[in-house]
Design a protein around this ligand. Sequence first.
Ligand code: DAH
Length: 351
Amino acid sequence: MNDLDQLVGAAQADFAATATPAELENAKARFLGKAGQVTELMKGLAALPVEEKKTRGAEINQTKQRIEALLTERRQALADAELQAQLKAEALDVTLPGRQRGTGGLHPVSRSLERIEAIFGSMGFDVADGPEIEEDWFNFTALNTPADHPARSMHDTFYVDTTAPDGGGHLLRTHTSPMQVRYAVQHVKKHAARIAAGEAMPEIRVIAPGRTYRVDSDATHSPMFHQCEGLWIGENVSFKDLKSVFTDFFRNFFESDDLTIRFRPSFFPFTEPSAEVDIAFASGPLKGRWLEVAGSGQVHPNVVRNFGLDPERYIGFAFGMGPDRLTMLRYGVNDLRLFFDGDLRFLSQFK
Ligand code: DAH
């Protein structure tokens, strides 16, 4: 191998050892640059005799061309490698499933509350909302349940700020019944002029759904649960009206025309007489069983008085039902706690 072949071999090795275009340009300079080895050989020609100059000159030119060809080849190889690396880095798997935006859904109990509001709304009932931290007066006393009344012990609850200077008297409401008083008092205020003039007051017809609290926890009781209160007061409202409202409501709610209703005598301090309301389905898995769904009764004269109305003139009924229970019956859920555990495997079935 002559010196020129060696030079080509050296250039090839140097070029192959480069990893970037910049390194390759540096390697090029060592052979083809102003002070590069090929250029030096050219300069050396001047000292040769004419004949030798021709052949040697042609050989050096060939050498230069071979090195230039190697350079071009390496440039291309580096460019290709760079492109491949870039493509790999930016690889996009078009067969991957798209990222989906999760679609939420209403909680089953919220669905029931919406149904309840819609059905009672269609029967002319207003929908009212009130505080969950309630005053003792609205939760108990105004509802004919004075401080020493035994019925209070059925409502073991969460009392707050009992050490406050005014004696506190706040608690997490144990039922939605305080909304009877809050709503009725507002209503009476609004129509005070008419009432004072002895004219008939527009009827009170309201439901008040919301969260309620008791110290209670098992498969059918939760420390936080929902109730929906109802109140209908006028000059001529009777149990007959209560029964027809309930029949309409439950048939609508459960989409079952042949469901039957019964009243069972009971006791509540704020109603007299009082009744538990049971329903029975004529078909389906619960066919023929009486299921307790609400408490109700004719509003007690003491409570009507606390509304600011004359119990000799105004009469009506109230009821309280459990939307959680209704939701369990509607969907066949047997453990109340499932509603409040927040487990998406359960909740997403209602989407
Ligand atoms: N507040 C009662 C409870 O939580 C339910 C109730 C019963 C409400 C009778 C009423 C009623 O309005 O008339 O157990």
